[in-house]
Design a protein around this ligand. Structure first.
Ligand code: KG4
Ligand code: ZN
Length: 334
């Protein structure tokens, strides 16, 4: 890793392709979005009930250049305005990551622009820098996505301590599986959120507290829902959706707010696709002893503006990658 000095003011192109969204964005100073283009593959994968990796990487190849062109055009920018490139290089699906990372490397080489590889989880956290209120350290970050449920203490840019994580299913994965059990559409999180609106959470479902730890577990809850469904005991899909959602949200809120007190943080940051959940947003904000920052729903799910924001702060820390940047499907944040 080479250390270079960068302007404080800088326009970055961000590229994201870790799963089933091909995305590109132009962001100034890591905080101001000039464009944010997302091409979703949801409709393509919906008939399989989940993301098919080979199909995803082929679709990224078709979409990546048009999406980047659109991001530059929407930002009313010219290639000469772009001062650096940030691309997700992990965690995620290997074939999908390769498309975005290799495109970024090719542009960096051709245009002699600095390149920074970004951790997708860290990028989710940085979606919070794209809102009007600037986060204040120390922070407690709850990342809730399709593949992760992590509680992270962030003392400064680049300074992360993992204090809790899921021991089995990620929160988003649990939402997706529960939706399948209930016969709702893919992706399951938004479908459950919608079905639960106005419904009574009157079905008794378990909550895994894992006392004495900041860890989470959602597989028992999912199995309990499956057993009820198999026994024909679910008469009302909306109530079942509301009850399942309440169980997940209760645990996420209680454990996060407890940890916020324990670690004496100034703010809680929510991020990741599940942070788009309406009940989680409402309950976390009302139960927390400290201010809660949550990106708008469109910046909670996968996008490239968060990648550009994260890349900007990484560059300011002196992190820059060479043309040998590799993808790391199991990259962790530590
Ligand atoms: O962060 P993300 O877009 O992709 C990953 O990095 O995984 O998160 C996707 C996950 C999916 O599991 C999806 O069902 C969930 O976020 N999700 C939601 C909502 N919107 C998306 N879960 C609950 N409520 C929502 N409104
Ligand atoms: Zn994500």
């Amino acid at each position: 890793m080479v250390c270079i000095c960068y302007n404080i003011l800088m326009i970055l192109l961000g590229i994201e392709s870790s799963c089933d969204e091909t995305a590109a964005a132009v962001v100034e100073n890591g905080r101001h979005i000039l464009s944010n283009i997302v091409s979703s593959q949801i409709d393509i994968h919906a008939r399989f009930g989940g993301v098919v990796p080979e199909v995803a990487s082929r679709q990224h190849i078709l979409s990546i250049i048009p999406v980047i062109d659109e991001a530059i055009k929407t930002a009313r920018a010219d290639w000469s305005d772009i001062e650096a490139i940030a691309a997700t290089h992990g965690p995620g699906l290997a074939g999908s990551l390769l498309v975005g990372a290799n495109t970024a490397k090719a542009i960096s080489y051709a245009r002699k622009l600095p390149l920074v590889g970004v951790n997708h989880l860290e990028a989710h956290i940085y979606a919070n820098w794209l809102s009007s209120r600037e986060p204040e350290f120390p922070l407690l970050c709850l990342i809730v996505s399709g593949g992760h449920t992590d509680l992270i203490l962030m003392k400064n840019h680049g300074d992360y301590t993992l204090i809790g994580k899921t021991r089995d299913d990620a929160a988003g994965e649990a939402f997706d599986k529960a939706a399948r059990i209930l016969g709702l559409s893919y992706p399951g999180g938004p479908a459950i959120d919608k079905a639960a609106k106005g419904a009574k959470a009157d079905i008794k479902l378990p909550r895994a507290w894992l006392k004495g730890t900041a860890d989470f577990s959602f597989s028992g809850l999912k199995t309990a829902l499956l057993r009820l469904s198999e026994a024909g005991l679910i008469n009302n899909i909306e109530s079942a959706a509301a009850s399942f959602q309440a169980s997940v949200v209760d645990v996420l809120v209680k454990k996060t707010t407890n940890a916020a007190v324990k670690y004496g943080v100034k703010q809680i940051l929510l991020s990741g696709g599940v942070a788009a959940n309406s009940l989680l947003r409402k309950q976390m904000a009302s139960a927390s002893p400290v201010p809660v920052l949550i990106p708008p729903p469109g910046l909670c799910t996968d996008n490239a503006a968060m990648v550009a924001a994260c890349g900007y702060f990484r560059l300011r820390l002196g992190n820059v990658n060479g043309i040998d940047l590799d993808v790391i499907p199991s990259l962790s944040l530590s």
